[in-house]
Design a protein around this ligand. Structure first.
Ligand SMILES: Cc1ncc(COP(=O)(O)O)c(C=O)c1O
Length: 403
C-alpha cells in the first residue's frame, strides 16, 4: 500500500474521510442528491440568486458578448470593461474609494494577507478565522499572533505584544462555521488605538447583514473604518469570485503586490455579469435580505422548539455541534434519510471535538420547508445534543476535552 492510500485509510479510520456528492440541477431549496430529492440546507446561495432568472440570463448574455474566459491575468491582457464596471458598482455599494476583483475568496484572502503582512510585521488573527485567512498568514512574511475567538481583551494583549511593528488584524465578519458575528466596533477601536490596519472578511456578511445586505461592519456602523473589506461573489451574490474594497492607495498596492491577483487569470465574464445582475437584484429587492433573516429565525425557533440548542448563532448559519466526527457524519446521514441535506463539518475545518452539522438557510426556503427541516434535523441528532441534558453543548468545552 502506498503512502497516499495509507493516509486515506487513516482518515477513514478516524471518521474524517471526505467525498463529493452528486447534485443535479441548480442550488435551489430542493435538489436531487445522488438521484434522491432532498431539501438543501447547506448551500451558501443565501438569497436564492445563483438560480435567479435575471442572473442566469446576464451570465449567458455575457458569454455571447465577451466570451467565456478572460484570457489572462488582468495585468497581462488588460482589465475588461465588465470587470471595471463590477469594481465600480461594488465600491459604490460599499461606500469605498476603490474595489479590486479577485478570482475567489480563497485567492483574495491568501493574496491580500500575504501582501499586507510583510516581513518584520505582525498579523493578528482570530482563532476561528476561515482557512483562507489562515493560509494567508502562513504565506505572509509577518509573524502571526492568534487571538482567542472574538476576545477583545486577548486581541489587545496581542497588540501590545506587537507594539512597534506594522500590524494587521484579520477577522471573519460572520464566522463561517459558527454563524456568530465578530465584535467589529471594538475591533475597530483597538485597531485605531494601536495603529493597526484592519481587514474584515465579509464572505458570509455580504447580502445577509446590515442595511441592504452591506455586511457585518455596516451593521455595526463601522464600515468606513475598516481598511480592507473582502467579500465573495460566490455566496449571497450567487456567482463566483471575490473582491476587496479599500482606499486608492491600498488598491494600487494590491495590484502591485497581491500575487494571487497578479499571477492568476481574471474572472470569467459570465461570472462577473452574473454578480452584477445579482447586485442589482439585491439592491432592487431588499426584502430578500429581510426574508433571509426571517427564515434564519424560523429555523432557529423550529430547532429550539424541538429541544436543540441554537443559542450560539444569530445568523443564517446555524451550527449544531455534536463532538466526534463519526457522530456528525451519522447525524448527516440520518437527516438525509429524512429528506434533508445538512452537511457534517469535521476537522480540520473546525477544531477537534467540535464536529457538527452546519445548517445554512436561504431566503428561498418556505416556512413549511424550514419546519420540516427543523424536525428532521432534530430527529437526526444524538440525544446528548438536545438541550435539557445536564451540561449544555459548548463547542469550546468539547474542544478542550478533546485536545
Ligand atoms: C469566511 C470565508 N472566507 C472566504 C471563503 C472563500 O471564498 P471562495 O469560496 O470564494 O473561495 C469562504 C468560503 O468558503 C469563507 O467561508
Amino acid at each position: 500500500m502506498d503512502d497516499l492510500e495509507r493516509h486515506l485509510d487513516e482518515l477513514s479510520d478516524r471518521g474524517l474521510l471526505r467525498r463529493m456528492r452528486l447534485v443535479s440541477g441548480p442550488q435551489g431549496p430542493r435538489v436531487l442528491l445522488d438521484g434522491r430529492p432532498v431539501l438543501l440546507l447547506c448551500s451558501n446561495n443565501y438569497l436564492g440568486l445563483a438560480d435567479h432568472p435575471r442572473v442566469r440570463e446576464a451570465a449567458a448574455d455575457a458569454a455571447m458578448r465577451w466570451g467565456v474566459g478572460a484570457g489572462a491575468s488582468r495585468l497581462i491582457s488588460g482589465n475588461m470593461t465588465i470587470h471595471r464596471r463590477l469594481e465600480e458598482e461594488l465600491a459604490e455599494f460599499r461606500g469605498a474609494e476603490r474595489c479590486v476583483l479577485f478570482g475567489s475568496g480563497y485567492l483574495a484572502n491568501t493574496g491580500i494577507v500575504a501582501a499586507l503582512a510583510r516581513a518584520g510585521g505582525v498579523v493578528l488573527s482570530d482563532e476561528l478565522n476561515h482557512a483562507s485567512l489562515v493560509d494567508g498568514c502562513r504565506l505572509a512574511g509577518a509573524q502571526t499572533l492568534v487571538y482567542r475567538h472574538a476576545d477583545l481583551e486577548h486581541l489587545e494583549w496581542r497588540l501590545r505584544e506587537a507594539a512597534g511593528r506594522a500590524s494587521l488584524i484579520v477577522t471573519d465578519g460572520v464566522f463561517s462555521m459558527d454563524g456568530d458575528v465578530a465584535p467589529l466596533a471594538g475591533t475597530v477601536e483597538l485597531a485605531r488605538r494601536h495603529g493597526a490596519r484592519l481587514m474584515v472578511d465579509e464572505a458570509h456578511g455580504t447580502g445577509t447583514l446590515g442595511p441592504g445586505g452591506r455586511g457585518a461592519a455596516a451593521a455595526a456602523g463601522v464600515a468606513e473604518e475598516v481598511d480592507v473589506v473582502v467579500g465573495t461573489l460566490g455566496k449571497a451574490l450567487g456567482s463566483y469570485g471575490a473582491y476587496a474594497c479599500c482606499d486608492a492607495t491600498i488598491a494600487r498596492y494590491l495590484v502591485n503586490s497581491a500575487r494571487t491577483l497578479i499571477f492568476s487569470t481574471a474572472l470569467p465574464p459570465p461570472a462577473v455579469a452574473g454578480a452584477l445582475a445579482a447586485l442589482d437584484v439585491m439592491r432592487a429587492e431588499p426584502q430578500r435580505v429581510a426574508r433571509l433573516g426571517r427564515n434564519a429565525r424560523l429555523l432557529r425557533d423550529g430547532l429550539a422548539a424541538e429541544g436543540v440548542d441554537v443559542a450560539s448563532s444569530g445568523t443564517q448559519i446555524v451550527p449544531l455541534v455534536v463532538g466526534a466526527p463519526a457522530a456528525a457524519s451519522r447525524a448527516s446521514e440520518r437527516a438525509l434519510e429524512r429528506g434533508v441535506f445538512a452537511q457534517a463539518i469535521r476537522p480540520p475545518t473546525v477544531p477537534k471535538g467540535t464536529s457538527r452539522l452546519r445548517l445554512s438557510v436561504m431566503a428561498s426556503h418556505t416556512r413549511s420547508e424550514l419546519r420540516q427541516a427543523a424536525r428532521a434535523v432534530a430527529e437526526s441528532l444524538p440525544p446528548e445534543a438536545l438541550s435539557g441534558r445536564e451540561a449544555p453543548l459548548d463547542a469550546r468545552a468539547l474542544a478542550a476535552a478533546a485536545a
